[in-house]
Write a protein that binds this ligand. Structure first.
Ligand code: PLP
Length: 850
């Protein structure tokens, strides 16, 4: 039989006048966090809304004209439509919160935020996991707060892959092309023409067209090489997120960094702060240097001016998370660009060098090309300081300039509508109190039975969702209906109200998804207890090249099919934001077992907590700060020096102990109430302590306070007067670099080892400055208590030595120190180069100790 060619014809409906603004709503990612907007579409045609996977633009292309006409005649619907629009308009008209407008004047300041992925909503699949969701949440909070802010990224037609799991537990990756008119984007027009930018590539020029996504008050610009000017191959450069090979990767990063900066310029925007979110976007530093050099600065001075206005956030201590390019690839891919830009290859290459190796590390470039740097939790800030310590070789890692801001999540996006409605009644101003921990005490005023009924309703919805998804998976795989039925029996039984534990995230091996399976016999007896059963729900994607990650999926799949565990382990395919919202708001416990200290922050546990689920997690990432003894359960990581296997066994035992002796008994301690009041208390503790501390508004305000304000000021200070200060600073740094290896210093005379508590001791040092002047360095004495009793007073800790004299080529500095502590104390003396224009006193990374 001859196969017929299929011609597709799409008959698009026309919006009735009364519903004209639906189009506007479909084109603003406001819908990704406003339940009102989403429920409008759902009300028009629920099955279609589900079929198009909550994609408003696609919905408006596919919906029947009759459905629209009906809605346009429906008074109740129109009332809701007007209510939603007026809240949308009110949102857009709102002024920035005063804390923002006081600190960053929108007429002057602008933050430009670069990231390789953005996760706003399942209908816009240009994200793979935590990094993207975090970037999306950062934009949403920036919009909520009214920050002067613009974001830059890449548009991937196929985005990240769609996952299916076959009957044998193998992950199958598929890609689906999204046409631009089913995404919430529109072309950026400048003087009537579609904005395009070009970037020099080896032997050719690559063009990118520019799209705009509206995110409430702010805009996200996305570069896309799928345009006629490019060869077929170059058109595919932005096809997939984290797809292709090394040369695809470096090409995408050139587009993002260099092309992205050109977009900002073409739009006439003048950012005062540039925030590079993870190494992928770090090439923007070079492009901004190029522009400064056109204005007349030398490379070194240009770099000072650029770096002073730049914040670099590093997101992972896992080496595979850092882009490292070989010298050959750098020469090939970047050669033409650097030539054209007038940038010297060796100097640029040095910026990305690490430990003298022959490769180029994007994280190193990010750190050397910025003067503000941070990790994403307290623990990770410390780990990053150690890991990247070589950038400041003589400075103790604890003192190097890497700070931290702990990630938070966008509450309106991840809070279930049912909770939001309850908060609306209980504490109507909750949306503007996301940064007030005291306010959230209101959670305790919600009656327990009411609190539990909301949780139970959400749990029921989650169970239905799981049954539906699993049913589809199994039908496709030809798995018998009875298997599906047995597998979900525990979940769907409301009278049993089984304890459900969720685990969903990328299947990266350091996340140890299978840690809980370390002692199968014991786990089986816990999960299948006749009166107190437990169900584990798993989901997540492994990168298509990550074979060990895919193996984890197979292990879980096989166990889920094992008769011993049937009904107690469920594995769902194709984890995305929609599934995340369902699982996070429906499970009782959210499990996370990363290998310390590799979970830089983790954010899904924060989303779980806002919805009343309790975290059971290794004390790593955000949980290291979030856990307070009463708001979840913690597994203490074992010493990282210990043997790998041993650590896993120990931590797995802790996990099973917590489950068996604390979590299961507490959950099932429900007496006549039908729920456990001890559990509800813990859940309320979790919701009220975590929501106001780990949300993205708190996070973005921290960025404003700790980095955006100072970076904006520092960048401007270095750039005014044709970069006069940047020129001076660069020249000074060069002088110090040359002189420093010949600099030395010593104690002059002796330091007494005993004195009376009310005496002072004289400390003098003499330095050989090798041509530097007395004012080019700072000399400090650090004082720390050695052995103290009850009366330890916090002393000054640090005493600056003053310049005293110059003789015989020696520069003398001295101070009189009055011992700050009683009894024994330790004194240490150090010297480092110092200039007033430095952003951080230790940014040179040079330091000598006596
Ligand atoms: C929040 C979220 C993540 C990140 O979760 P982690 O626990 O930080 O790994 C990944 N994917 C989706 C869809 C999410 O919503």
């Amino acid at each position: 039989m001859q196969k017929a060619t299929e011609f597709r014809l799409e008959a698009r409906p026309r919006l009735p006048e009364a519903l004209e603004r639906l189009d506007e709503l479909a084109n603003d990612l406001f819908y990704s966090w406003d339940n009102g907007v989403r429920s409008l579409f759902a009300r028009i045609d629920l099955p279609l809304w589900q079929k198009v996977e909550h994609n408003p633009k696609l919905f408006l292309r596919r919906v029947a004209q009759a459905s629209l006409e009906e809605a346009a005649e429906d008074r109740a619907f129109l009332g809701e439509y007007r209510r939603v629009l007026s809240s949308y308009d009110a949102y857009l008209e709102a002024s920035p919160v005063p804390e923002v407008s006081d600190k960053l004047n929108p007429d002057e300041a602008l933050v430009a935020y670069f990231c390789a992925e953005f996760g706003f909503h399942e209908s816009f699949p240009i994200y793979s996991g935590g990094l993207g969701i975090l970037a999306g949440d950062h934009c949403k909070a920036a919009s909520d707060l009214g920050l002067p802010f613009v974001a830059v990224g890449l548009l991937y037609q196929q985005g990240y892959f769609i996952q299916t799991i076959d009957p044998q537990g193998h992950q199958i990756a598929r890609y689906h092309s999204h046409s631009s008119d089913e995404l919430p984007i529109s072309p950026v027009m400048v003087s009537g023409e579609w904005l395009k930018v070009t970037v020099p590539f080896p032997g050719r020029t690559v063009t990118a067209c520019v799209w705009e996504a509206r995110v409430g008050h702010i805009r996200l610009y996305l570069l896309d090489t799928h345009t006629r000017e490019n060869s077929a191959e170059d058109q595919e450069l932005t096809l997939q997120l984290y797809g292709g090979d090394e040369s695809t990767r470096i090409g995408q990063e050139m587009l993002l960094g260099i092309g992205g900066t050109r977009v900002i310029q073409a739009l006439g925007l003048k950012p005062t702060v540039w925030h590079i979110n993870e190494g992928h976007a770090a090439f923007q530093i070079l492009e901004r240097c190029r522009v400064k050099m056109l204005e007349g600065l030398e490379f070194e001075a240009a770099l000072e001016a650029v770096a002073g206005a730049t914040l670099f956030t590093t997101h992972t201590p896992v080496p595979a998370g850092h882009d490292i390019f070989s010298k050959g690839l750098m020469q090939h891919a970047m050669g033409d660009y650097l030539n054209e830009a007038g940038l010297n290859f060796d100097k640029v290459f040095d910026l990305g060098g690490k430990n003298g190796g022959e490769s180029f590390n994007m994280t190193s470039l990010g750190l050397r090309g910025s003067r503000f740097h941070n990790g994403v939790s307290r623990i990770h800030g410390g780990v990053a300081s150690e890991m990247e310590g070589a950038i400041w070789p003589q400075v103790p890692p604890a003192e190097n300039p890497i700070g931290y801001i702990t990630n938070g999540v966008h509450v309106p996006t991840f809070l279930a509508p049912e909770w939001a409605s309850l908060f609306d009644i209980q504490a109507p101003s909750w949306k503007s109190e996301l940064r007030s921990p005291g306010f959230w005490e209101f959670v305790d005023n919600i009656p327990d039975y009411h609190y539990w009924s909301v949780h139970k309703a959400l749990k029921q919805q989650m169970a239905e969702f799981v049954v539906d998804r699993l049913g589809r998976q199994h039908r496709r795989n030809g798995t018998g209906h009875s298997v599906t039925e047995r597998m979900t029996r525990q979940l769907v039984s409301p009278e049993k109200d089984t304890l459900v534990i969720g685990f969903a995230r990328r299947f990266a091996t350091y996340k140890r998804a299978t840690l809980i399976f370390s002692d199968l016999q014991r786990l089986e007896s816990i999960l299948t207890h006749p009166d107190q059963p437990v169900v584990l729900v798993f989901a997540g994607k492994a990168h298509p090249k990550d074979k060990p990650g895919q193996h984890l999926i197979k292990v879980i799949h096989d166990l889920s099919m094992n008769p011993a565990f049937m009904g107690h382990i469920v594995l769902l395919e194709d984890y995305d934001q929609a599934m995340a919202r369902r699982l996070l708001s429906g499970v009782d416990v959210w499990l996370n077992t990363p290998e310390y200290p590799k979970e830089a922050s983790g954010t899904s546990g924060e989303k779980a907590a806002l919805n009343g689920a309790l975290n059971l997690s290794v004390l790593d990432g955000w949980w290291g700060e979030g856990y307070d003894g009463s708001n979840g359960w913690a597994i203490t990581p074992r010493d990282t020096q210990l043997d790998h296997e041993f650590r896993n066994e120990e931590e797995a035992r802790d996990l099973l102990d917590l489950l068996e002796f604390e979590i299961v008994p507490l959950y099932y301690d429900r007496a006549a109430l039908g729920y456990s009041s001890g559990w509800v208390k813990r859940s309320k503790n979790s919701m009220k302590t975590i929501t106001p501390r780990f949300n993205s508004q708190r996070m973005v305000m921290d960025y404003v306070d700790q980095y955006y304000c100072t970076a904006s000021a520092q960048g401007q200070k270095l750039s005014v007067n044709q970069g006069a200060l940047a020129i001076e600073l660069a020249a000074w740094k060069q002088r110090v670099h040359q002189a420093w290896p010949g600099v030395s210093f010593n104690i002059s005379g002796t330091v007494v080892s005993q004195c009376s508590h009310d005496e002072t001791v004289e400390i003098r040092v003499e330095a050989a400055l090798n041509g530097l002047t007395a004012m080019d360095v700072r000399v400090e004495c650090l004082v720390a208590p050695k052995c103290t009793g009850t009366h330890e007073s916090p002393g000054p800790g640090l005493v600056l030595l003053e310049y005293e004299s110059e003789s015989d080529g020696k520069t003398v500095y001295s101070a009189r120190v009055s011992p700050p502590y009683p009894g024994l104390q330790s004194l240490k003396l150090r010297m480092y180069p110092y200039h007033d224009a430095l952003t951080h006193p230790l940014e040179m990374g040079a330091m000598l100790w006596v």
